[in-house]
Design a protein around this ligand. Structure first.
Ligand SMILES: [Zn+2]
Ligand SMILES: [Zn+2]
Length: 236
């Protein structure tokens, strides 16, 4: 009866939605990465219009399962593999924004479902999921770490443990989206993380979870300190 008087409406288009969060039609706006031609290492989708005609004519000469982008060929990343689920624009961008900055925690459930339903199938099963930590002051202000919320749901699905205490952010950093150049982004997070408990990651395959991946500087810095903390966690 209450639903009839106050029907559940989509937070974006205000049409009636079953759960009162995001309607089916709006969800269709999300552009997924699954099925696209991506870098084998960092997962960045290639723009096929930029691939030379000769390459498209003789694709068998470069096996698709081992195709790297320029940054990966230059060896810029410490992590073994990075994968993203969807493009950060349009509705998804709004969802992440509302979830992260406007306390719409319920959207975390939808985001986690999107993550699980589109979880890349070329990732090794991790032993442990580590969410990228927030600096303590930021956590106090926001009251939650969006990556922990996504991680809790993901871990239930993958049946692995989440450990938000292994890695600590030891200083505040500017939000990466406020910084334009790649080098400044790298500098911004350099030395910002510390591995508190190496024993928990020793010999394990770790899946680092962050809500947004743009240049990869944040997860790369996390991977760097995790690897430096002891024997390799990620496969070379
Ligand atoms: Zn809608
Ligand atoms: Zn790459």
């Amino acid at each position: 009866m209450l639903d009839f008087i106050f029907p559940n409406v989509c937070v974006f288009c205000e049409s009636v939605s079953e759960d009162g969060l995001v309607c089916e039609l709006c969800l269709r706006d999300i552009k997924f990465i699954k099925g696209l031609f991506i870098c084998s290492r960092c997962g960045v989708p290639f723009d096929l219009t930029q691939v030379s005609k000769e390459y498209l004519q003789f694709p068998q000469e470069v096996p698709i399962y081992e195709h790297f982008c320029g940054r990966c060929l230059l060896g810029q990343f410490y992590f073994d593999k990075a994968r993203s689920v969807a493009f950060y624009d349009g509705l998804l961008r709004d969802m992440v924004h509302k979830f992260k900055y406007h306390g719409k925690l319920k959207l975390g459930e939808i985001l986690a479902t999107i993550l699980m339903e589109n979880f890349p199938n070329d990732l090794d099963a991790p032993d442990l999921v580590i969410p990228v930590p927030l600096y303590i002051d930021r956590l106090r202000k926001r009251e939650y770490n969006q990556s922990v919320i996504l991680g809790i749901n993901l871990c239930k699905h993958l049946r692995v443990c989440l450990d938000p205490f292994v890695l600590k952010r030891i200083r505040d950093t500017k939000p990466q989206f406020e910084i334009k150049s790649d080098n400044e982004k790298k500098e911004n997070v350099r030395g910002a993380f510390f591995v508190k408990d190496f024993d928990k990651i020793k010999g394990k395959t770790v899946l680092l979870l962050d809500d947004i991946f743009t240049t990869g500087s944040t997860v790369n810095e996390c991977a760097r300190v995790l690897l430096r903390a002891g024997p390799p966690v990620f496969k070379p």
